[in-house]
Write a protein that binds this ligand. Structure first.
Ligand code: RB5
Length: 149
């Protein structure tokens, strides 16, 4: 599976740790930057990442900023992206299983490296429960998106 990863300056350190971890697990990783701790603007990297998913180059994405919130807000402005900002492992798993989230966001200023890797493992290790009410509700999300486009 191909994973795309991105961050701003506030998520740069954990991005490196996460990237190494998932590469060691055998995932192919596309890194859309940023490439240093120099101050930058998170929407730029959120958009670069979402374009990789929407263009079919990657299946799932991981976005890291200071809190994860700005990244999730920016990512969710893209039609077809369902980004979840998580700081607990249960939510990271359930957002794949129930919401079919395709982007995980978290904050380097919120979670430490150990929890970050657990969040990533929970997210990447889970599968969408593609049935029943989950399908109905995810379709309803798309309806909202289409009505407000
Ligand atoms: C950068 O200082 C910070 O605002 C950004 O990384 C993020 O936390 C925004 O949501």
């Amino acid at each position: 599976m191909k994973i795309v990863i991105g961050c701003d300056h506030a998520g740069y350190n954990i991005k490196g740790i996460v990237k190494k971890h998932i590469e060691e697990k055998g995932y192919e990783v596309i890194d859309v930057g940023t490439d240093s701790t120099a101050s930058c603007h998170y929407p730029v990297y959120a958009s670069a990442l979402c374009e990789k998913i929407l263009g079919g180059e990657a299946e799932l994405g991981i976005l890291i900023c200071g809190t994860g919130i700005g990244m999730s807000m920016a990512a969710n402005k893209h039609k077809g992206i369902r980004a979840a900002c998580c700081s607990d492992v249960f939510s990271a798993r359930l957002t794949r299983e129930h919401n079919d989230a395709n982007v995980l966001c978290f904050g380097e200023r919120v979670v430490g490296p150990g929890l970050a890797l657990d969040l990533v493992d929970a997210f990447l290790g889970a599968e969408y429960l593609n049935n029943g009410n989950h399908v109905t509700r995810v379709a309803m999300l798309a309806d909202i998106e289409n009505k407000n486009a």
